[in-house]
Write a protein that binds this ligand. Sequence first.
Ligand code: UD1
Length: 419
Amino acid sequence: MQKLLINGKRELSGSIKISGSKNASLPILAATILCDKVKLKNVPLVKDIFTMLELLRFIGLSATIQKKNGIIQVKSNKKNIKTLAPYNLVKTMRAGVLVLGPLVAKYKKAKISLPGGCAIGTRPVNLHLFALKKLGAKIKIKNGYIVAEAKNGLYGADIKFPSISVGATENAILAAFNAKGKTILRNCAIEPEVKDLIKFLNKLGGKVLIKGRKISISGSTKNLNTTITHEIIFDRIELGTYMIAAALVGKKIILNRIDPKIVKKEIEILKKMGVRLKVNKTSIEIIKSLEIKKINIETKPYPGFPTDLQAQLMVLMIKAKGKSKIKENIFENRFMHVPELKRMGANIEIKNKTAIINGPSKLTGAEVMATDLRASVSLVLAGLVADNRTIINRIYHLERGYELLEKKLKNCKARIKRI
Ligand code: UD1
């Protein structure tokens, strides 16, 4: 099994081009079930995307990738469609459940494996099913599968989510888009990735509007028979990860191809921590930090601070003077990186949903491993700032979501390699 080897304490400089967003690409790929021909640009070529393409091909769509420029083309064959998402594909990537909405909407039925729990929590799909039922689907759980049917198609409805979920909002939008009549969804997730999905759907001739946390959908069922082209938004979590890397070990790092307006919260928090950054129109420049200050934060749905950057920010807190706190409000089990960071020398206590980080601590390299994507990348950040050598195991987690991680860091002079 491959590992990453990092020799830390090397000052980084250079520029990094931020990739397209994995979490925006996945629901848009699920949306291609509703289309004839789609051309997607700026798709990050990471494991989760390949798994989603495998699922689309299993369903009966044809999908091709131009690896050189991240272009994916998907065509609907219309014939031989299987309305099934099998366990082996959904278990490795929970976003597989996003094909539920489009399949039921277009083909009036779907059988989707329940994704089960994962390292960061139980991750139920009750909110996805709640919305589909309100749109008229009959749903049963049988042998570990969601079996959904809407014999007469789906109908628009007025739905208020009891709590905010990114995936359930996306699944509901996708289902409602092909339903008869207008749907209003309330208490929605309004992450930039949800907005990118809406931007894509509006190119198909429908009308999806967003106002606060309310989304109204007047869908489109017509086949356009032209190719819909869409460029995926940049990956704000990848940007945040490299902003933190730059704050930890950067001399001068420029992060390109981004829109700073989307990461206002992250910029505000890093500035409060004393990180010196210059915000340009499509890039952010980070200059060597003089002193990192403590801070208390909570993870929240967008526009709050993202749970997907919590583990990475914790590494910066280890270098801050004083007691910092992180309250994790989104997932119940998302401090899996803490024992590994402690093995590297961090002083962190966990009390219920809150991690208390006593800094600054000196980190020293160790052999470590993590059980999810963002926890794994936090160990890469720790390795970059630690003395000596860090070996990261189970790097397949990183491959799920970070495009060209080693290359991007190596280009900035990091001493990192795969063994
Ligand atoms: C998406 C992101 C993930 C991110 C998360 C929160 C993708 C592919 N993944 O995941 O990287 O960490 O948003 O920003 O975009 N919940 C329920 N019932 C449901 C659905 C969710 O109780 O039916 C709960 C979850 O357990 C969690 C919370 O709602 O506690 C938020 O989860 P959700 O926003 O749905 O996350 P995902 O869409 O799975």
